[in-house]
Design a binder for this molecule. Structure first.
Ligand SMILES: C[S@@+](CC[C@H](N)C(=O)[O-])C[C@H]1O[C@@H](n2cnc3c(N)ncnc32)[C@H](O)[C@@H]1O
Length: 430
């Protein structure tokens, strides 16, 4: 942890654990004990300094990424498995020590963390003894362990869909984490220069080591927003949309709404969640872009549009690089329901298209039932719908899927730092 993020700890009573480590373990408890994703725990981070908040999130995601390795190392030193909270303190200490954390600071703070609460107080000695052993050579053992695997509920279907070679490559991408990608409101080359990033072939700007993004040039002026390079492609597939009426059917937090507005479309941004739509409003304000915002259920929405973007709710399994909590927080029990919702939304979205209008269907999922299969079903059901041929110079042949869409995977662009998993296709009403 950085000096800055432990400042609060310095002013705290002697032996108080650092707020960032305590919050990191609280976050891990929520994910691993209660099955709730990290995005739902804003309350855990309340009252922390921005530096501690960032450190807590980074520590929790590092532990979730490396948990399989940490558990393998820990099992050699534990006769029986301790409570989840004690285990999470041990996981945090192990991951930090194996990734270059300062031995004394990490061990003593994890001991303080155990001592700070009644339910874990009795495990203080255990935490001390186990983590001290880890300081000897656990980092070398760590480096020799295999890349952590996805849990079985997800690994099985992915091996079936993409093959036994592809999945380890995806797991390596998940373990490596993700760089920060930006989408420029205007001149992408100028933004790349200003922030010192690389301009990707698809027009996004990539920063391998971004630091605090709000401190980057052009943030206040709203010259760009953070958006994975793959997530920026569905809107690009619409080409020139100047002056067209476009419905962004599931808009929040608004990355694609801003792209549509920046491309001079007349945008209606719809979302079921009033809370999440507030983020769209803030994003539009910062970037000086305009869209009509509507809170409502996509299934009740009426109107006729030149184009509809349906970035549907999905399993989000394509975003595990950034959200390593996802495969741990649940077992995929909601996926069948999501597939049904996507199908119903697709059908409804087609009714909102003018004749000749186009619909982009996208999901940040690696599961074909939430991508390719949805398009195959639409084509089988609707004789007036066809798949548009995608003809952009930045499309790589490897991305094309049989039914005419694009399949993006985290193991693609491995030499550049990967991309989120996504599916997208453009349909036309004839
Ligand atoms: C994948 S996210 C959209 C991301 C967004 N397009 C972007 O690029 O920032 C899916 C969104 O669908 C919204 N949603 C879920 N069910 C909905 C419904 N029935 N009608 C409208 N929006 C819905 C969720 O609130 C969520 O914001």
């Amino acid at each position: 942890m950085s000096e800055k993020s432990s400042q609060t700890a310095k002013s705290a009573p002697k032996n108080a654990p650092s707020p960032a480590r305590k919050a990191a373990v609280d976050l891990l408890d929520q994910v691993l004990d209660r099955g709730r994703p990290l995005s739902e725990h804003a309350a855990v981070l309340e009252g922390l300094s921005p530096a501690d908040r960032a450190a807590a999130q980074r520590l929790a995601t590092d532990v979730l990424r490396g948990m399989e390795r940490a558990d393998r190392l820990l099992q050699h030193h534990l006769r029986k498995k301790p409570t989840t909270r004690v285990m999470n303190i041990l996981r945090l200490g192990t991951v930090e020590l194996c990734q270059g954390g300062a031995a004394h600071g990490v061990v003593s703070d994890c001991v303080n963390l155990a001592a700070a609460a009644r339910p874990t107080m009795g495990a203080k000695g255990l935490v001390n003894a186990v983590l001290r052993k880890m300081t000897v050579d656990a980092d070398q053992a760590w480096a020799k362990l295999r890349v952590p695997r996805l849990p079985k509920w997800l690994r099985g279907p992915l091996v079936e869909a993409w093959g036994a070679q592809a999945v380890p490559a995806m797991e390596a991408a998940h373990f490596a984490g993700a760089p920060v990608d930006l989408t420029a409101k205007g001149d992408a080359e100028a933004v790349a220069k200003a922030v010192g990033g690389d301009l990707l072939p698809t027009g996004s700007i990539r920063l391998q080591d971004a630091g605090q993004v709000t401190g980057l040039p052009g943030y206040e002026a709203g010259d760009w927003w953070v958006q994975d390079a793959a997530a920026a492609l569905p809107v690009k597939l619409l080409g020139d949309i100047t002056g067209l009426r476009v419905l962004d059917m599931c808009a929040a937090p608004g990355g694609k709404t801003m792209q549509l507005a920046a491309a001079s479309a007349q945008v209606t941004a719809l979302d079921l969640s009033e809370q999440r739509l507030k983020r769209v409003r803030q994003n539009l304000k910062r970037t000086g872009l305009t869209a009509e915002l509507v809170v409502g259920d996509a299934m009740d929405h009426t109107g006729l549009y030149d184009a509809v973007l349906l970035d549907a709710p999905c399993s989000a399994t394509g975003t595990i690089r950034r959200h390593p909590d996802l495969p741990h927080a649940h077992q995929g029990e909601k996926i069948a329901e999501l597939i049904g919702l996507q199908e119903a939304m697709l059908d409804h979205a087609l009714h909102l298209l003018k004749p000749g209008g186009r619909l982009v269907f996208a999901t940040c999922s690696l599961i074909p039932d939430e991508g390719e299969c949805q398009i195959e079903e639409v084509l089988a059901k609707h004789s007036d719908i066809s798949v548009e041929t995608l003809d952009f110079p930045w499309i790589e042949e490897e991305w094309r899927s049989e039914e005419g869409g694009l399949r993006l995977r985290p193991d693609f662009w491995a030499d550049r730092g990967g991309m989120d998993g996504f599916y997208m296709a453009v349909l036309r009403k004839t």
